[in-house]
Design a protein. Sequence first.
Length: 201
Amino acid sequence: MDKFSVILPNEKQGSYKVITVLISFMNIIGFSYLGYRLPDTEDSHFIAILGALTSLPPVIRLFLIKEGTVFSSRFLRFFYNDPQENLLRTVILGFILSSLVWVLLGYYMIATLVFVFAIAGLIAVRRLEVIITNGYISYPSIPVKKIQWQEVSTLIIKDGIFTLDLNNNKLFQFTLTESENENLNETDFNVFVQKKMASKN
């Protein structure tokens, strides 16, 4: 095998989920308040109610639909091909729709903040994949960094710990999640790396 993929743990996911819930509830409260204050005859009243509904998907996804349940599988497959991406897509879609509703109501600053948070979600919850090939190592920084083998001092996976040490003393070390790296064979990976390191000398 001349190509390996290593999925790094994303430590920002937990924090993003907490902030997601807070902003979702703030959206629901804000839209509900506007819907209550505005007369039933005004279009803005119904738009505000619509806004509250668009804020529900992230909360429903995080709390009411648990992974692994029959309902979860059927519900998620109805909307998404890849279950691993369902949380991100639900959250992003919910916030983008909410920002559009805020625009319709004339609250452009709030719409901008919600939209920015949605875009930040694409970065915070993205899949952190290191790709190791014969030609280079692709590291999931922003932007993605291509590291040449000549820049590598040490690259190894030992006891589930991924270590990448560069010649400029930059060190990247992570404890890998086994479930995300089921197809990764440590022995094959390390043999491949040793050959690449030997060939560069």
